[in-house]
Each structure stands twice: as C-alpha cells, then as structure tokens.
Ligand binder design. Structure first.
Ligand SMILES: N[C@H](CCC[C@H](N)C(=O)O)C(=O)O
Length: 254
C-alpha cells in the first residue's frame, strides 16, 4: 500500500486513498506509531465518491494516533486537500464529507513538495463561557471537535498535567492562547494524541474565535502555533477560514 506523509504546520499525518470504507482504528495506531510506524499525529483515509449525485468530491475518515476517530481535523483538512489535488482526486476548489459536516477547501498553490491551502471549517459553536479550574477561566466551544480555551499571560508555560486533567473531564482538546500584538500564539494539548502537538488547526480556530468574540483581535489575523509556522485565520459570514502551508514529506510503500 502506498501512503503519503504530510506535515501541516507541524501537525503530521499519514494519508492514503481507497474505495473501501472500514474501521481503520488499529491501522491508525500502527501507522502513526513514532518508533514502529511511519509516525504521525493522525491517519487520513480519502474515499473517492462512489456516485455522481453526491454534492462533495470525496469523503474522508480521520483517526488520531491512539486510534480514536475524530469528527474533524483542521490541519488534516489542509493536508488532505493538497493530497487530493496532487493525486487528481479533486479539483483545486473542493469539498469533502467529514463526520463534522462538509468542508470546503482550496489549494491556492501547489508543487511536488506541498503548497498553500485554505480550509473553511464548520460553523463554531460556543458551548460554555465560564468554566473555572484552578483559578483560571476556560471557554468551551466546538470548531469541528470540542476545545477548551484559556486566554493566558505567559505562553511559555503550558501545564500539561492540568491539560490532561481537563481533557479527561471535558473530553476536549485543551488550548492556551496569548495575545501577541495584533496576532495570537496558541499551544494545544490534543485529545487522541494525548500530548501537546506542534499545531492544532481546530484549536487555533477555537482560540482565534474566542479572542475575536472577546474583542482582543480583529477578524483577520496571523496565528502562531508551537511550530512557529504562520497560519492565517479569518471570520466570514458562514464560518472560520484557515490558511497555511502544507508539506509533502515523503511517499512510501508499506
Ligand atoms: N485531536 C482532535 C482531532 C484532530 C484535531 C487537530 N489535529 C486539528 O488540526 O484540528 C480530536 O480528537 O478532537
């Protein structure tokens, strides 16, 4: 089986396509394993559409590295869009079906090593605005998957033990966000990876949306995850747009 390894702002994925839709939880754990597999935060399986009457170009399955299936993955949606375009499975402007809903994506630039991709996420839903934990205020919202967000004053310290506790209590990804002038810096403990990742797209979107609703940033900004790569976040009348570079690291047979 031929698989591709992608990095989207430091969040990395194994991607392949097949017409067969089945449970791939065990395969995800095997392929994502950092020492015994390809190594990735998640597995993306692209399933080309089987009938012309679907109003999307393909369907996908997304699995975290622990084998859990997640409704959506922001960075994964950008990597998958480039993979689909590069493998002639979709046009540059595409839409695909995820558990969270249909995602629109556009490959704005592409070459053999990757490109620049914009995804439009599912409409954000603010669920709670005042969760108190250890004297800190957390927001809970869904940007395709559930996230907790805390607006912090020191991005250099991320309490992973506290994040793990909150992740278990709320079954959500955990984000701290720092307002850095006009832009944001975000760090995320990811559900299903069970550790901090170098970037989390839906987490950056959740953090951006809370900072925007709190009047701390404008509706079009740059967001910097742990990897330091630049992501462009915006709010439109429908949802949140999310743009950044994706890199095709290698293609291999397993
Ligand atoms: N770990 C997340 C799914 C992947 C989200 C993240 N990789 C992104 O880019 O949005 C969850 O289980 O809710």
């Amino acid at each position: 089986m031929i698989v591709s390894k992608y990095s989207a702002s430091g969040n990395d994925f194994v991607i392949f396509h097949t017409f067969v839709k089945k449970n791939r939880s065990e395969l995800a754990k095997k392929l994502c394993h950092r020492q015994e597999g390809v190594g990735a935060d998640g597995l993306i399986v692209l399933i080309p559409k089987s009938s012309l009457d679907n109003d999307y170009d393909f369907e996908w399955q997304f699995y975290n590295s622990d084998g859990s299936e997640a409704e959506m993955c922001g960075n994964g949606s950008r990597a998958c869009a480039h993979y689909a375009f590069a493998n002639e499975l979709a046009p540059g402007k595409m839409s695909f079906l995820t558990v969270a809903g249909v995602i629109n994506a556009e490959v704005e630039a592409s070459n053999a090593k990757g490109g620049m991709v914009l995804s439009e996420l599912t409409p954000p839903q603010i669920l709670e605005t005042n969760i108190e934990h250890n004297g800190k205020r957390w927001f809970k919202l869904n940007t395709g998957v559930p996230h907790l967000v805390h607006i912090c004053d020191d991005i250099e310290f991320f309490d992973i033990a506290e994040a793990r506790e909150l992740r278990k209590k709320h079954n959500a990804n955990i984000n701290i966000v720092f307002v850095d002038g006009k832009n944001l810096r975000v760090r995320t403990y990811e559900r299903g990876v069970e550790d901090e990742t170098f970037a989390c797209g839906t987490g950056m979107a959740a953090s951006f949306y809370i900072a925007y609703k709190e009047g701390l940033v404008s509706n079009n900004i740059k967001v910097y995850p742990k990897s330091g790569e630049t992501l462009y976040l915006g709010v439109n009348e429908r949802s949140i747009t999310f743009k950044g570079e994706v890199k095709k690291i290698f293609v291999t047979e397993i």
